[in-house]
Design a protein around this ligand. Sequence first.
Ligand code: M6R
Length: 618
Amino acid sequence: MLFMCGIIGYVGPRDAREVIIAGLRRLEYRGYDSAGIAVVADGRLSVAKKAGKLANLEAELATIDFPVAHQGIGHTRWATHGGPTDENAHPHVSADGRVAVVHNGIIENFSDLRAELSNAGVEFKSETDTEVAAHLLAAELLGADTLMDAMRAVVKRLDGAFTLVAVDIAGSGEVVAARRNSPLVVGVGEGENFVASDVLAFIEHTRDVVELGQDQIVRITADEIEVIGFDGQPAETTRYHVDWDTSAAEKSGFDWFMRKEIFEQPRAVADTLLGRFNTKGELVLDEMRGISPEDLRRINKIVIVACGTAYYAGMVAKYAIEHWTRVACEVEVASEFRYRDPIIDPQTLVVTISQSGETADTLMAIRHARVQGAKVIAICNTNGATIPRESDAVIYTHAGPEIGVASTKGFLTQLVACYLLGLYLAQVRGMKYADEIRIITDELERTPAMVQQMLDGAERIYALAHSLAEAGDFIFLGRHVGYPVALEGALKLKEIAYQHAEGFAAGELKHGAIAIIEPDMPVFVVVPPEGRDQLRDKVLSNIKEVKARGAYTIVLAEERDKQISEDADVIIRLPHLSTLLQPLVATVPLQLFACELATVLGHDVDQPRNLAKSVTVE
Ligand code: M6R
């Protein structure tokens, strides 16, 4: 089985191989265990596929005679079952050599189908679920008029989540794709068309996109796009124009996408705030149309569901929403949500946060919530992705495409969207702390410049990363909203620098974990702003506790905070912000630190081992 892959199909006058390899390069962040390509030229199918990164496939293509073709498909894979081998790499070809298929998702009933096909004499060449689709398609083609008809017959036999893209040697200049629970978009060119997992794959050729709905099949030729439902009826689609260009998908002089994305944060935060307030200072969230102010006044509980970094944004949101609205707010890891039979009803507002909008755990959580009658608001960075499509309302973050596997600008813009949602709920339901909310609104407007200020100090953070390259273990501490910042700092180090890093609620440390503190162990501590003195004093005590056990303390504290010097080995200064907004600046040095440490250690920062950008299976 294989998941979370990048797929592309092309029909048009260019050399399909060049278009597909360039597209796969942009999709490689979705998976990089193996890559492959299949093209049809002069009624013949040519396939090349290789385990490892795309570079291996490119090296292979440089040594073989691969035809110039004008229709083809490509794939970059993130494997689970069925290791990353040449055989398991996509495309998979039917036994008769007639069709080639690439696939993203899981065909859940593949064992039964494989047994059925094996009994009928089909010999399998790989351990993947995808290969059954290739053989089924070839079998259906014997009795079908078109590849589209055959695809329609095949998808009826498949359970699970899948995007399938196929070429047929007998088809006249066409690529056919089907979509269920897995992303697929169509790029509309002039005299050429594309299908892909996401827009990045073809952004250098067109910014006009047709978004495919659930259970739809598309057939592209150079001049036509035909979409039908799995029921065979012509299907409605949404067309849109992408408002970013190829520069968003280039490293633009940076060594890593992640570093570029960290440095894009002032712009991303500003864009996410843009146009949200009217001249009276009131919030206007146009995208909330699907949920009326009456609906929002009726709710008596908010549940936030998300995964990974987005979950940490949700933890920050809980503090802000509960404080500003006095509505009880829970936050939960999406993968746990539906399995514990959560108490959800029509008076519950479910908020989901997802950069990609395709995370399967999150998607399943909102489906579960909607069945219980809850309204769902999505906070999402990807226009038209499945999660916003299946939500009642959406607040889009405007981070632009995030390509580095480690989320950075995604996180900061999610925080902004969470604050906007909290303020909006307070506005709609009656503001309890009107003065405070006015201050917060003013501060939000100033945060892009503050994020920039943190970036201006990058060299110092890089020097710190170099000095701690051998440390091996890292602890991150925070209280209140500093706690999710600590968790996020630790996650960044784990995922790209492969370091043992743990984030704790600072007060929890002495309930056990303080035992792991060793002399010279780096401990990052986020200190709340002055004004939250009770909270702050507790954190200052926690710094003393770890310092007394020999820790090397790296303290993130406000510029005006003069009290911390004696216990801090290193001080990272933060501009003043209200406590609730502090994560917007405190996270930035932790991102820079992780990026630099991973670089020093020689890791591939954008494509860390074992990970893929979006996790499209549970
Ligand atoms: O696309 P999503 O925001 O739903 O993704 C959720 C997590 O998979 C994601 O944040 C992941 O934890 C990142 N790689 C963290 O940097």
